[in-house]
Design a protein. Structure first.
Length: 171
């Protein structure tokens, strides 16, 4: 059974995923890092090949990871927008939506200039708000669990996720 983290950019999927792996001894993968290692910077992929190409690369990575067991998988913010990805991930995993408020997310992403969907828009807050409104219903729909991250340290969020999976494994 894999632990899959989804949520908006800036919510902490990577940091929380690393901590969960440390706590559980599982191997950790970040789909964005796998893609970057294989194909180069995500912002370049978006710029030169477009979002559709990037989403196809995500699905390729999901196919590979979903075949394995006992992983922690941190997904890119838009990965679960593709129904095929969710079907693959749920075959051998449970999806946890890490949720944060708009204000928390805005504080976090403003410090990161390489987010391709926010890059060069000049309207970071407006675009982030649009993405949050579009994606939240999808995250909530695909999630087996929802964990709020506002006001919590990475360790606290990771421990909460691990506790959810211990409960699930005991059922």
């Amino acid at each position: 059974m894999n632990i899959v983290l989804c949520g908006m950019m800036g919510v902490g999927k990577t940091s929380v995923g690393v901590k969960i792996a440390e706590l559980t001894g599982r191997r950790w993968f970040d789909t964005d890092i796998v893609i970057t290692d294989r194909h180069g910077r995500i912002s370049d992929l978006f710029e030169y090949y477009g979002e559709a190409h990037f989403r196809a690369l995500e699905t390729e990575v999901v196919r590979e990871l979903a075949e394995q067991d006992g992983l922690v998988i941190s997904t890119g913010g838009g990965l679960v927008l593709m129904p095929e990805n969710n079907e693959l991930l749920k075959r051998n995993g449970k999806i946890v939506f890490l949720r944060a408020t708009f204000e928390s997310l805005l504080d976090r992403v403003r410090a990161d200039a390489v987010r391709p969907l926010l890059k060069n828009t000049g309207k970071t807050a407006e675009r982030l708000g649009e993405l949050l409104r579009e994606r939240t219903p999808v995250y909530e729909h695909v999630a087996d669990y929802i964990v709020d991250t506002d006001g919590k340290e990475i360790d606290q969020v990771a421990e909460e996720v691990v506790a959810l999976f211990k409960e699930f494994e005991q059922e």
